[in-house]
Design a protein around this ligand. Sequence first.
Ligand code: ATP
Ligand code: MG
Length: 412
Amino acid sequence: VTLSAEVLAIGDELVYGRSVDTNSAWLARRLADLGLPVVQISVVGDGEEYLRRAISTACQRSDIVVVTGGLGPTEDDRTRRVVAKVCGEPLRFDEASWRDIQTVLKVYTQQGRAIPVSNRLQAEFPESAQVLKNDCGSAPGFFVEVGGCTLYALPGVPREMYAMWDAHVQPILRTRSDQQVHAHNLHVVGYREADLGERLQDFMIEGQAVKVGITASRGQLTIRILGFDRGLVDSAATAIRPLLGEHLIYEGEHSLEEEVGRQLIKHGVTIALAESCTGGLMAAALTEIPGISSVFLAGFVTYSEQAKSRDLGVDAAILTEHGVVSESVAAAMARGAATKSGARLAISVTGIAGPDGGTPEQPVGTVCFGLYFDGETSTLERRFGDLGRELLRQRSVREGLVWLCRTLARID
Ligand code: ATP
Ligand code: MG
């Protein structure tokens, strides 16, 4: 049997739009990995009656409910009290938790002050609840049976919630779920989501043993295959692969920058970057990868024409003749970065990020790339359209990474 899970985020700041509920997505992902698919995520404010109804319906609907928030010491932190009400139980004061809270708050005693009485409330739990220790904050969590459901109450502070999940909740849930979820990701570029969806529609019918989904992010599509049977997941991947052809760029759970980093390191290919409109974002993406220092020789941020000439040796004549956003300049930048750094591979990017600088011939969103590899230079022009500066820069970084990924895949 598959148990269903549900996540409930609690806090006025979340429903007022003051902060964004990131806890739920984090938890949903981990629950899914444990073979406990999440059927609903909800967000509710601190108001007692709304809270009571949200907790009580969640517990009726799902086998496992994870709530975050409302465990603090103040009047508006009502999770303990409301859960006790839903269970029809009184609150019980837990001496051991109170000792833990006092240890965490020892700064008060060190300063010769008494620990606020309100912190004592954090040691109260529904009668039949079991306490979950908080290893990096004052609010302990707990779990308790509510009807046929188990409710886990965790802190709202993300860092404390993560730690409590990893140390105390996940080990419990692992023993409850006898199924393990297997996943396989195929990353695709150059397809429109609807077109890819049509190609894959036979795989996407609800109720099959293997679930196939498509998600789009910054010009890249990810096909995610999920199932409880590793063999079935692998055969679905085998069946889908030929439908993708050269659109398939890589496979796996990891990010595109990580794929590029791993391939560079694996093949020992040294790299340099020459960036204009991306202002170092590509270098930032690559340096996210641990161990990249063995191959990443240099990143040049050459925003002005003078810097392109001075730092990369781009001929002033090319700049005047072709314009700073041109394939010729991109080629010269890539060559220059390789020459100056001694790298075997170099990629460059120069484009019009807007909002100004576009012309009818070269609208905002025109981006040129140059790629130098083992003495050969190739170029590419893309017209992404006026996506806005931020998105355009991100798209440009991804496009560059995709090109690197393809180039590295051809080695050997
Ligand atoms: P605790 O249960 O640890 O006492 P709380 O809900 O009482 O949590 P708050 O003061 O409401 O504590 O929130 C503490 C911090 O945690 C705030 O910065 C808040 O934005 C953040 N936070 C609370 N819930 C979430 C959530 N679901 N996702 C992301 N951040 C959250
Ligand atoms: Mg709160």
